[in-house]
Design a protein around this ligand. Structure first.
Ligand code: SF4
Length: 548
C-alpha cells in the first residue's frame, strides 16, 4: 500500500453507518427529533435505577423492543435531564451476562442451566428440609432497595408468613435505618420533609457526607437551577467533586461530625441565632438540649474537628434565621459511626433555626438506591405492613386478619439485621441464605470474609438479573430475574414521592438449551474455598449522649 492509499484510508471511513442512517426525523409522541432508523412505534416509561433520584425516562419502542430513550421533560424530578448513567439505562438489557435460565451447581462444581420446575422444586424442598432440621431461624434472606416496592412487599410477606422465616433484611439496616430511626425519634414518624424543589429555593444548601455531583447528578443540577445563587456548603473529610464545586468546604476530621453539629448548635443558642418562637411552638426538650450542647464550645469543637474556631463561627452565621437553609445528608452520615445521633443533630439544627416546613428548608435525608425508601417502609423486616409493629399483639392480629393467616405465625420481634445475619452464617447458625438483587461477595465490607462465611452454607440461592455476580459465582442455585426496565413497578424517591415505571417492555427469554438434570444435591465444592476465622464488624460504642 503506497502513501496515497494509506492517506485515503485515514481520510475515508469504509465501515460504519451510512449518512442516511444518521438522518434525524421529527419524532412521534412528542419526542422531538429522533434518528429516522429508530423511529418508535410506541413509547413507555421507566424510572432510572442507577441512583435514588428517580428520573423518569421515556423509552422508545420499535416492534416491541426498546431502541432508544429520552429523559421525560414533563417529569417533576428530572425536568427532561438525565446524567450519563441514566442515558445508559437500556445498556443492561443488552448485557451478555444477563441471567435468563436458572443455573444449578453440579457435582463438578460448575453452574449449568436447569429447568424452572426443577429449580423451584429444589429450592423449596431444600429450604423446607433445612427448616425442618434446624428450625425457622436457620434460613434468611438478604435483599436491597434495587427491587421495587410491590416485590419487596411480596418478598417480606412470602418469606415471613408463607415460608415462616424469622430473619431477613432489605439492607435497610445497612444504611437507611439511620434516617428512619432519626426521623421516627425526632418527628414520631419516618417522613423526610422535603421535595426536590427545595434545592431550587434555598439561600444556603448544606451537604453533610454527600457527593451529589457524582452520586445524584440530577439533584445537583436542581441546585444549579436555583435562581437565588445559594451558598453551597459541603461538610466532608474528602475533597470530592461536590466539595470542589461548593462555595465553602469544611474538610473536618473523620468522625468529628457529631461534635461539629453540637458545636454549631452551641454557637447558635449562645449567640441567640435561633428561631425561639418556632422552637417554643413546635419542639419539646429544648432546655435539656441546650444543657447537652453546653460543653461543645467552639474552642473544643474547633480543635477536635480540625476546622478551628473561626470557621465554626463562620459556619454558624450561615445558618442564622433570616435565610432559607436546607440541610442534606446521605451515606457519609447514614453509614457512619453514631449515624442516628448525627442525623438527629442535623434535624435539631433545622428545628433550632426554624428551617422546617417552608420552601427551601428542611433536614433532608437522601437515599442511595432507587427504592431504598420503599424497602425501608415495606420490606416487612423491622416492622409489619402499614407501619405496624411486630411487638404489638393487636398489630399482629390486624395483619393476620387482613391476610387470613394465623396470628401465631407472625413473630413477636424483628429478625436479625444484615450484619447479624452474616455473623449467623459465619457461625453456622444460618444454614441457607437467599440473596435477591444484591451482591454481598462484592459489596460486603470484607469480601474475603464473606466468601469464607458463605462456605458454611448448605444452600446459597442468588436471584439476580446477572448470572455471574461475585455472589452468584459462589451460589448453589442462581435464579434469573427481569431487568427493571421490563417491569411495571413502583419505587419511592428520597422525598417519599412515589415513582412508577409505567409499562413493561415485553419480556423475551433468550433461547437456551435446558438441562433436565435437577435433583442432584447442590455441591459448591471447589468454587467456595474453606473458611478462615471471620471477625464480625464490631458495634461502635456511644460516646455522645442522645439529643432530646
Ligand atoms: S441522577 Fe440518578 S436516577 Fe437520574 S439519570 Fe442519573 S443515575 Fe439515573
Amino acid at each position: 500500500m503506497d502513501l496515497k492509499d494509506k492517506f485515503a484510508g485515514l481520510m475515508r471511513q469504509r465501515k460504519g453507518r451510512l449518512t442516511h442512517e444518521m438522518v434525524l426525523a421529527p419524532g412521534k409522541f412528542g419526542l422531538g427529533r429522533t434518528p429516522e432508523r429508530l423511529q418508535p412505534d410506541s413509547t413507555t416509561s421507566m424510572i432510572c435505577g442507577f441512583c435514588s433520584t428517580g428520573c423518569s425516562l421515556k423509552i422508545h419502542l420499535k416492534d416491541g423492543k426498546a431502541v432508544n430513550l429520552t429523559p421525560d421533560p414533563e417529569y417533576p424530578v428530572n425536568l427532561g435531564m438525565a446524567c450519563p448513567k441514566g442515558w445508559e439505562a437500556l445498556t443492561p438489557l443488552k448485557a451478555d451476562d444477563r441471567a435468563t435460565m436458572p443455573m444449578l451447581r453440579g457435582e463438578d462444581g460448575k453452574l449449568a442451566p436447569v429447568e424452572w420446575d426443577a429449580a423451584l422444586r429444589l429450592f423449596t424442598d431444600k429450604l423446607k428440609a433445612t427448616i425442618a432440621k434446624h428450625g425457622r431461624e436457620s434460613v434468611a434472606f438478604l435483599s436491597t432497595g434495587q427491587i421495587p416496592t410491590e416485590e419487596m412487599f411480596m418478598l417480606g410477606l412470602l418469606a415471613k408468613f408463607g415460608m415462616g422465616l424469622v430473619h431477613g433484611d432489605a439492607n435497610t439496616r445497612q444504611c437507611m435505618a439511620t434516617s428512619h430511626v432519626a426521623y421516627k425519634q425526632s418527628f414520631g414518624f419516618d417522613a423526610p420533609p422535603f421535595t426536590y424543589k427545595d434545592f431550587e429555593e434555598s439561600d444556603v444548601v448544606v451537604f453533610f457526607g454527600a457527593n451529589p455531583c457524582i452520586a445524584h447528578p440530577i439533584m445537583w443540577e436542581r441546585v444549579m437551577m436555583n435562581p437565588r445563587k445559594p451558598e453551597i456548603i459541603v461538610v466532608d473529610p474528602r475533597q470530592t467533586e461536590t466539595a470542589l464545586a461548593a462555595t465553602r468546604h469544611y474538610a473536618l476530621q473523620p468522625k468529628s461530625d457529631l461534635p461539629l453539629l453540637y458545636g454549631l448548635a452551641h454557637i447558635l443558642i449562645r449567640e441567640g441565632w435561633i428561631d425561639q418562637a418556632y422552637v417554643d411552638a413546635h419542639t419539646s426538650g429544648f432546655e435539656a438540649f441546650r444543657e447537652h450542647v453546653k460543653t461543645f464550645d467552639p474552642a473544643f469543637v474547633g480543635k477536635l474537628s480540625g476546622l478551628g474556631e473561626a470557621a465554626l463561627m463562620e459556619f454558624a452565621k450561615s445558618l442564622r434565621p433570616g435565610k432559607r437553609v436546607s440541610l442534606w445528608w446521605t451515606m457519609g452520615v447514614n453509614q457512619s459511626h453514631e449515624g442516628v445521633r448525627t442525623a438527629q443533630a442535623i434535624i435539631n439544627l433545622a428545628l433550632l433555626t426554624g428551617n422546617m416546613g417552608k420552601p427551601g428548608t428542611g433536614a433532608n435525608s437522601i437515599t442511595g438506591q432507587v427504592n431504598a425508601m420503599g424497602s425501608r417502609l415495606f420490606s416487612n423486616t423491622t416492622g409489619l405492613p402499614g407501619g405496624r409493629n411486630y411487638q404489638d399483639a393487636a398489630h399482629r392480629k390486624e395483619v393476620a386478619d387482613i391476610l387470613g393467616i394465623d396470628a401465631a405465625i407472625i413473630q413477636q420481634k424483628p429478625g436479625l439485621a444484615y450484619d447479624q445475619i452474616l455473623t449467623g452464617v459465619k457461625e453456622g447458625r444460618i444454614k441457607a441464605l437467599w440473596v435477591i438483587a444484591t451482591n454481598p461477595a462484592h459489596s460486603w465490607v470484607d469480601q474475603e470474609e464473606f466468601r469464607r462465611a458463605a462456605a458454611n452454607l448448605e444452600l446459597l440461592v442468588v436471584q439476580d438479573m446477572y448470572h455471574d455476580t461475585d455472589t452468584a459465582q459462589l451460589a448453589h442455585l442462581v435464579l434469573p430475574s427481569a431487568a427493571g426496565a421490563k417491569r411495571k413497578a413502583w419505587s419511592s424517591t428520597p422525598s417519599a414521592a412515589w415513582a412508577c415505571s409505567r409499562r413493561s417492555i415485553p419480556l423475551r427469554a433468550r433461547p437456551w438449551r435446558t438441562s433436565t438434570s435437577s435433583s442432584s444435591s447442590p455441591n459448591i465444592g471447589a468454587a467456595n474455598p474453606s473458611s478462615r476465622t471471620w471477625t464480625p464488624p464490631s458495634r461502635p460504642s456511644t460516646p455522645w449522649p442522645n439529643s432530646p
